[in-house]
Each structure stands twice: as C-alpha cells, then as structure tokens.
Ligand binder design. Structure first.
Ligand code: XMP
Length: 509
C-alpha cells in the first residue's frame, strides 16, 4: 500500500494533514520526528514525506529536528510552515524572525503558476497562515514560487530533487484550495495510488494484534462504544478466548448501558465479565472538584480494577480502544499541549504493570466506524454517540454526588431520546446534558422552587477536533426542556450551549 509519512513536529494541525491525505484515498502515517532515514526506508511503498508545522523556532537549539539524512531519501518531501522553514534551514538556507507575524487569512501571490505543487491556484490566492519566523535565504537550486507581504519566500521548489516548501497551511479548510495543493503533492508529485480504504486495515490489524500479544492472555475494558467494541472484535479474532472483556459498571454510565452491553455480547464468542464497582468509584470521587483530578482518579481506579482482574486470570496485556484524537488531546504526541487527559491515555498512572496495546491508535472515529461496519458490528453500536471514559463524572461540573449523577443520567437520556424521535440522532456527533453546581429560582405549581439548571449540549463534528453547536429546531429543544423539568424533580431550568469548539470543548470538563 502506497504510504505518505507525515512527520509530526507538534503543530496543532499536524494530524489533519494525515487525515486529508487519507481522504484522498492514500494511506498516510503520522510518524515521530525521531524516525531515522533507515527506519523510514522500512515503511513499505513510502512515496513521500510531509514535514508538519510546529510551534518552535528552527534556529533554537532545542527545537525538534529530524535526522539530517532523511533529506537524502529519494522520495519527494513537502515542508509545511515549520516544516517549510526546517527544510530550508537544514538544507543550506536561512530562517529569521519576521517583523510581524502572519496569523489568519493572508494573500499569497504566485510568481510561477506552472509549478506542479501549486497547479490550480490563482495568481492571487487566499491562504491561512500562522507564523512569525520566515525563510530568509535558500540554496541556489531552490526557486521561489510564491510570496506574501511579510514572507518573500512563502513557497519554494527544488524540482530536480523534489523538495517543496510552503509557509501556509493547506490542511485547514480556511485555505480553500489547500486540498488541491495536497492532492498535487500526493498524487501528481509522489505518484501515490489511491488504493487505501480503512476497511482494508482490518486483516492487518488482526495480524498485528496476534504478533504483538503472542501467546499471552489479554483483557480489554468494554464501554459499549464503537472504539472498545471494535478493538475487542479485532483482538478477539486474533487470540480468541485468550481475550477476556471486562465491563466495569462505574455508576457513571448512561442509562441502560449495563443491560445493553449484556445483550449485545450475550451471543458472541467473547468472554465478558461485568464488574459492579459503583460504590468504589463514587467513594473515590468524593470531594474531588477539579476536572483533571477527576480524570486521574477515575483512570487510576480503572487501572486498579483491571490489574486486579488481570492478575487473577494471568493476563499480561491490557487492550485499549484509544483512537488518534484521544492521543492528540491528551498531549501525548511529541510536542502537543495537554487539552484534557483522556482517561484511557493521559489519565493513566505513570506506571502500569500491564502491557498496554492500542490497536486503533492511529485511526479517526469515522475510520473506526467504517472498520466496525466491515467487521459486521451492529449499526446501533457503530452509530452510537461517543461516551467519554470518565463517563457522567465530567458532565457534572464540580463534585460528583449520587444525586447529581442520577439527574444528569436522566436528563441525558431525555436528550438522546428526543433526538432519536426527531430523527436527528445520527446527524449529530453527540447530544447530552450537563449539570451545573448552582441553583436558581423558578416557579412550579404556584410555588417558588430553588433547583439545579441543566445545560443541553448538542454538537456536530467530523472528527472531534473541531465542532459546532447543532442548530436543533426550537420545538425539539422545547420538548427536551419540558420533559427534563417535568420528569426530573430537582431541575427547574434548561439552557442550550451555543459554543463551538474551539474555543469551548464538547464536554464541559
Ligand atoms: P472534548 O470535550 O475534548 O471531546 O471536545 C471530544 C470528544 O472526546 C470525548 N472525550 C473523551 N473520551 N475519555 C474518552 O474516552 C475522555 O477522557 C474524554 N474526554 C472527552 C468527548 O466525549 C467527545 O466525543
């Protein structure tokens, strides 16, 4: 399978480069900047390399830099933003701090429209920029093909060695012809074939799991969502009954979750154990208000439960359904910032006695859904809304108490139920309720009430990295509001969250 390696220097959008390339039908793998020339050469059918953006300055001593030898590889290389500067800097050019940065939409003037990389772009093209440093000089054989007001060398080409640099970001949608630039690079310059389909990955993932786990025993924590269910199916195919699936009832699950898990897996060959640990989780969360602290408490408790179980059955491997966006947001890629510690990645204790195996860690949600479909998982699981590992705990702002859990569980159920009745459930990424730790005055049955407000959070997203609040019809919102205040005694007010991500996140914690 033809592959493009995307070297990740920690830019906010590095992951998007890989995603856009895969959307062209070409397999892209995001790789560490520490990969050497030799190790890159081992990638089967490597057709090209993209150097991503990043926040550092190439001329500072501690900035991430690749092995100089990678520039000797025979494949085309495209540098984007920091990668553009790096390519110039490490191959004989120079980079300096600009007088002023360029942030946002910027006018790019093409001086050579024949260059293959920029074919299809206009002479004046709006592109999206996010930088202060700029390329100041280049080796002789490089040709400047575009400039902006602050970046005289905004794009360069060395067509004999197939080296390309662009200061702008083609991967973000604000660069309207960005997709065309990536397509020019991947298809016409690297000559990669569009032979990739995520469903093709399933057999390889099964083989990889078999190779990795060998004849050891493994356990997997099932949450009922598509990620862990798909991971369980893949590893189950690889090692059969050496895999034990564990569903931990934390008391923080959605309404009816435990029953639904039981019925989904009733007839499957997978060995499933349901552990009731409600009291333990709630006890440990007593008095904890900080969101990161909540995640860590829950992550640690999960690991305690898993380790205890693994020891009792002699399992050495813990399989996790972590996907790529979980890793990015937990700050676990080399240079990215920690937005939230997702409990199945960043929220884990530093030392875990089990060997962790994450078969889906390079995939996006929509890709996991396609693989799940190819494995024959039921539509109900595939299309189910995402549910975070820490569960309802991160949908209660402030301390988690049994009363608050009950309220938020019941309210979330109503949100999902009404979305289904309005046939909107599958159009949105997630719909749920959040409980705020304040009270407000209301009037119910001629009497003054002083109760909690509930926030409705319904968002649309493609891959969880960005999101918009959903434009749900008022009638549907009104039905949710009426049901929540009628059916849940401790709530007298319902509000709708109209924030996008960024600047907000989907969950409130
Ligand atoms: P945010 O709130 O970061 O959420 O915009 C993006 C997506 O990730 C889910 N999420 C989590 N999933 N463990 C998980 O397994 C977590 O700790 C976690 N936090 C957020 C969230 O539900 C949304 O779909």
């Amino acid at each position: 399978m033809d592959t493009i390696a995307v070297m990740d220097f920690g830019g906010q959008y590095s992951h998007l480069i890989g995603r856009r390339i895969r959307n062209l039908g070409v397999y892209a793998e995001v790789v560490s900047p520490r990969r050497t020339k030799d190790s890159l050469e081992k990638i089967d059918d490597l057709k090209g390399i993209v150097l991503s953006g990043g926040a550092a300055s190439v001329y500072s001593d501690d900035s991430p830099k690749p092995d100089r030898e990678i520039f000797d590889l025979e494949v085309p290389i495209l540098g984007i933003c920091y990668g553009h500067q790096l390519l110039a800097y490490m191959t004989g050019g120079d980079v300096e701090s600009g007088d002023s940065g360029e942030y946002g939409t910027t006018l790019l003037k093409l001086s050579d429209r024949k260059t293959r990389l920029l074919r299809g772009l206009d002479e004046d093209e709006e592109v999206w920029m996010n930088h202060k440093d700029r390329v100041a000089a280049m080796p002789e054989e490089y040709l400047t093909v575009a400039s902006t007001e602050s970046s005289p060398i905004a794009a360069f080409v060395d067509s004999s060695r197939q080296r390309y640099g662009i200061q702008f970001h083609p991967e973000v949608t604000h660069t309207s012809k960005g997709g065309k630039v990536l397509e020019n690079f991947v298809i016409s310059i690297c000559k990669a074939s569009r032979d990739w389909n995520p469903t093709d990955l399933a057999p390889g993932l099964v083989d990889q799991a078999r190779d990795y786990i060998g004849n050891r025993r493994a356990i997997i924590g099932l949450s009922g969502g598509v990620d862990s269910t798909t991971a369980a199916r893949i590893v189950g195919k690889a090692i059969g009954r050496d895999l034990t699936a564990i569903y931990v009832d934390t008391g923080l699950m959605r309404q009816g979750e435990t029953e639904s898990i039981r019925s989904t897996f009733e007839d499957s060959a997978l060995e499933l154990e349901i552990l009731d640990r409600k009291e333990e989780f709630l006890e440990k969360l007593k008095g904890v208000e900080d969101p990161e602290e909540k995640r860590k408490v829950i992550g640690n408790t999960f690991i305690d439960v898993f380790t205890e179980k693994a020891n009792s059955i002699g399992a050495e491997v813990l399989v996790q359904g972590t996907i790529y966006s979980d890793i990015i947001e937990s700050g676990s890629t080399t240079h990215s910032d920690t937005i939230k510690s997702h409990h199945n990645v960043g929220g884990l204790p530093e030392k875990v006695d089990l060997d962790i195996y994450e078969p889906l860690k390079d995939l996006y949600k929509d890709e996991v859904r396609r693989i799940a479909d190819s494995l024959g998982l039921p539509g109900e699981i595939i299309n189910r809304h995402v549910f975070p590992g820490p569960g309802l705990a991160i949908r209660i702002v402030g301390e988690v108490t049994p009363e608050r859990v009950e309220i938020v569980r019941a309210a979330s159920y109503i949100v999902e139920d009404e979305l289904k009745s309005a046939e909107l459930y599958e159009d949105v990424w997630m719909g749920f309720a959040v409980l705020l730790p304040v009270k407000s005055v209301g009037i119910q049955g001629d009497l003054r009430s002083y109760k909690y407000p509930v926030v409705l959070r319904i968002v649309e997203s493609e891959d969880a990295m960005t999101a918009n609040f959903a434009r749900v019809p008022y009638e549907v919102l009104e039905r949710m509001s009426t049901r929540i205040t009628n059916e849940i005694d401790r709530v007298n007010r319902v509000v709708y969250d109209i924030s996008n991500k960024p600047p907000a996140t989907m969950e409130w914690e």
